[in-house]
Design a protein around this ligand. Structure first.
Ligand SMILES: Cc1cc2nc3c(=O)[nH]c(=O)nc-3n(C[C@H](O)[C@H](O)[C@H](O)COP(=O)(O)O)c2cc1C
Length: 350
C-alpha cells in the first residue's frame, strides 16, 4: 500500500513531506498494522538495563521536537531518539535543505539543528510520558560562544526525563562540530559531562554519536576516550559529508550529510572496526542504510547490538519495523538462531 502512496508523497518537497508525516503521526493516524512478531522472543532485549521489545530504534532527526515519539513506539520501534536539541530554539539553514536522491535510495540534508530549543522540548516530554525507551540527542547552538556549556545545559535540562542522552559530535551541518572527534577535545567534553552528572547525582547513561568520515587511526583513540569516560554506548554513525562518487542522482552534489543506502557499507565497516577494539565493553548502536532484515542482520554480524534508522522509513514507509522483523526472523530461523543477540559480532573481517 505504501508503494502507491509513495509516488504521491515523492511529488512533495522532502521537508514538506516530513512535516506531513509528523502531523499524521501526531494526530494518531498510526497505520493499524498486523504485527505477527510483536513480543517475539527472538528480539526482546535490554538497553541500559531496561527491557525493550526489539533492538530497532528510530534515529535522531526524525522527531527533532519530541512531537511523535509515542506514535513511533506504536509503529513498533524498540526505542526512539529525539533531537538533536540545542539549548535555544534555532531555525537552521535556509531552505531547501533536504534532498531526496531516489535513484540512490538516499537523502542529503543540511538542516543545521533546526529545533524548538531545550525548554520547549522538555515541557513536551514532561507532559507526555514516554511509553518506551527514549533517548535525547543534544548539541550546541550555531551561534553559541561556549559549546561545552551548551552540552551541559542540555544535560541539566533532560537528565530526569530521558532514558539516555546522546552527545552529538558528528553532524556535518554545524561548522567544526566534528572537531570534537579529536582525542583531547572529546576527553574534555566527556569529563565535563561526567562532572556535571556527579553534581546532579545523575546515573543517566551517556552515548556518543560518531561520524562515518573519521580515519582509521582515530578509532583506537576515540575508543580509549569512550572507555575512560564510562560511555555506555556509541552510535555508528551519523551522515557522511563524502561518499559521493558512486551516486547516480542529479542531486548528488548538494552540500550536507548523506544518509541511506550509499552509506550502509561504510557504517557497517566502521562498526566492525570499533567492535574489534571495544568488544562488549561498550555497546554499539549501528545506523546507516538499515531498511531491511538483511541490512539489520549485517549490522549485528559486524558487532552492533542495536540498530537505528531514518532514511529507510522514507523509502519503505511506516511499517518498516515490522517488515524488518519479519525478514530478520526468516534469516535467523534459516541459520538456526534462537535469539538475534547470538549473531552479534560473529562476522569479523580482517
Ligand atoms: C533529514 C535528516 C535529519 C537528521 N538530523 C539529525 C540530527 O538532528 N541529529 C543526529 O544526530 N542525526 C541526524 N540525522 C542522522 C540520522 O540520525 C542517521 O544517523 C543517519 O541518517 C544514518 O541513518 P539512515 O541511513 O538510516 O538515515 C539526520 C538524518 C536525516 C536524513
Amino acid at each position: 500500500m505504501f508503494s502507491n502512496l509513495r509516488s504521491l508523497i515523492f511529488k512533495l518537497d522532502p521537508e514538506t513531506a516530513h512535516g506531513l508525516a509528523i502531523k499524521s503521526l501526531k494526530f494518531n493516524f498510526v497505520p493499524n498494522v498486523l504485527d505477527k512478531n510483536k513480543n517475539s522472543h527472538l528480539f526482546k532485549t535490554k538497553l541500559f538495563e531496561k527491557e525493550i521489545e526489539n533492538p530497532i530504534g528510530m534515529a535522531a532527526g526524525f522527531d527533532k521536537n519530541a512531537e511523535v515519539y509515542n506514535s513511533l513506539f506504536k509503529l513498533g520501534f524498540g526505542f526512539v531518539e529525539v533531537g538533536t536539541v540545542t539549548p535555544l530554539k534555532q531555525y537552521g539553514n535556509p531552505k531547501p535543505r533536504v534532498f531526496r536522491l531516489v535513484e540512490d535510495e538516499a537523502l542529503i540534508n543540511r538542516l543545521g539543528f533546526n529545533n524548538l530549543g531545550a525548554k520547549n522540548i522538555v515541557d513536551r516530554i514532561s507532559s507526555n510520558k514516554q511509553i518506551g525507551l527514549l533517548g535525547i540527542n543534544i548539541g550546541p547552538n550555531k551561534d553559541t560562544n561556549d559549546r561545552l556549556r551548551d552540552y551541559v545545559e542540555c544535560l541539566k535540562t533532560f537528565h530526569e526525563f530521558a532514558d539516555y542522552i546522546t552527545i552529538n559530535i558528528s553532524s556535518p551541518n554545524t561548522e567544526e562540530l566534528r572537531n570534537f572527534h579529536d582525542q583531547e577535545k572529546l576527553n574534555s567534553l566527556l569529563n565535563i559531562i561526567n562532572s556535571e552528572k556527579t553534581k546532579l547525582n545523575s546515573k543517566i547513561p551517556i552515548v556518543v554519536k560518531v561520524s562515518p568520515d573519521i580515519k582509521d587511526q582515530e578509532i583506537p583513540k576515540i575508543s580509549d576516550v569512550l572507555l575512560s569516560n564510562n560511555i555506555k554506548a556509541v552510535i555508528l554513525s551519523n551522515t557522511s559529508d563524502s561518499t559521493r562518487d558512486k551516486l547516480s542522482d542529479i542531486q548528488k552534489h548538494q552540500k550536507g550529510g548523506l544518509s541511506g543506502k550509499p552509506i550502509e557499507e561504510k557504517s557497517t565497516i566502521l562498526i566492525n572496526k570499533f567492535y574489534k577494539t571495544l568488544g562488549n565493553k561498550i555497546k554499539i548502536i549501528g545506523v546507516g542504510g538499515v531498511d531491511s532484515g538483511i541490512s539489520a542482520y549485517n549490522k549485528f554480524l559486524a558487532g552492533a547490538s542495536y540498530v537505528q534508522l531514518y532514511t529507510g522509513m522514507v523509502y519503505r514507509g511506516p511499517n518498516i519495523v515490522n517488515l524488518i522483523k519479519k525478514e530478520l526472523k526468516e534469516l535467523l530461523i534459516r541459520d538456526g538462531v534462537k535469539h538475534y543477540s547470538e549473531i552479534i559480532g560473529k562476522k569479523t573481517t580482517s
